[in-house]
Ligand binder design. Structure first.
Ligand SMILES: [Ca+2]
Ligand SMILES: [Ca+2]
Ligand SMILES: [Ca+2]
Length: 186
């Protein structure tokens, strides 16, 4: 239950709550800068790239910018953390439709995409994604299926658009049946 979220439908509250759980990486009930850093580190680890690499630093910076935007909208009491209520109320209040928010999400997704696109050709081929997902801990068949699911136009590669769509679907437009994204890394 949320306070102040009078117009949040049950389905929206479920989805926003799940998104909160995904971002609250250490499950202490508050999203803080550390959570975003932990999520970025998880992607860097699964990508098997050095922590000091350009791609790693770009990812951490993009996640940090995203976090700054979230606190701008959601950290109403300015204590440096976003509670479940603050997060759900901010989303219900239109946070995710704001240009700052969508820009910072796009940057974070692009930085993540770059980690998985190991050969830097601007596309994640199914082998690249499969390797990444196996690093996360999926078995090869699960990884193959997850990679194929993300390739919605079936051309054998995952474009930036396909990746971003999968990301946004998972975090912000999910229905209760949606399974994992990136093998539950997030
Ligand atoms: Ca936390
Ligand atoms: Ca590639
Ligand atoms: Ca494709």
């Amino acid at each position: 239950m949320t306070s102040g979220g009078a117009h949040v439908s049950d389905n929206a509250a479920f989805r926003y709550g799940r998104t909160f759980d995904l971002f609250d990486a250490n499950h202490n009930g508050v999203i803080e800068a550390d959570d975003l850093a932990a999520l970025a580190s998880g992607v860097v680890l699964a990508g098997k790239i050095p922590a000091e690499s350009v791609k790693s630093q770009a990812l951490h910076a993009a996640y940090q910018r995203f976090w700054d935007v979230v606190t701008h909208y959601a950290d109403i009491d300015s204590d440096g953390g976003v509670t479940r209520e603050e997060f759900i109320d901010a989303l219900a209040g239109g946070m995710s439709a704001g240009p700052l928010f969508t820009e910072s999400i796009a940057d974070a997704v692009a930085a993540e995409f770059a980690v998985i696109d190991t050969d830097d050709d601007g596309r994640i081929d199914l082998a690249e994604l499969q390797t990444f997902l196996e690093n996360v801990g999926l078995d090869p068949e699960e990884a193959r299926q997850a990679a194929a699911d993300m390739d919605t136009d079936g051309d054998g590669t995952i474009s930036r658009e396909e990746y971003q769509r999968a990301w946004l679907n998972y975090y912000f437009e999910i229905d209760p049946e949606t399974k994992t994204f990136l093998g539950g890394l997030h």
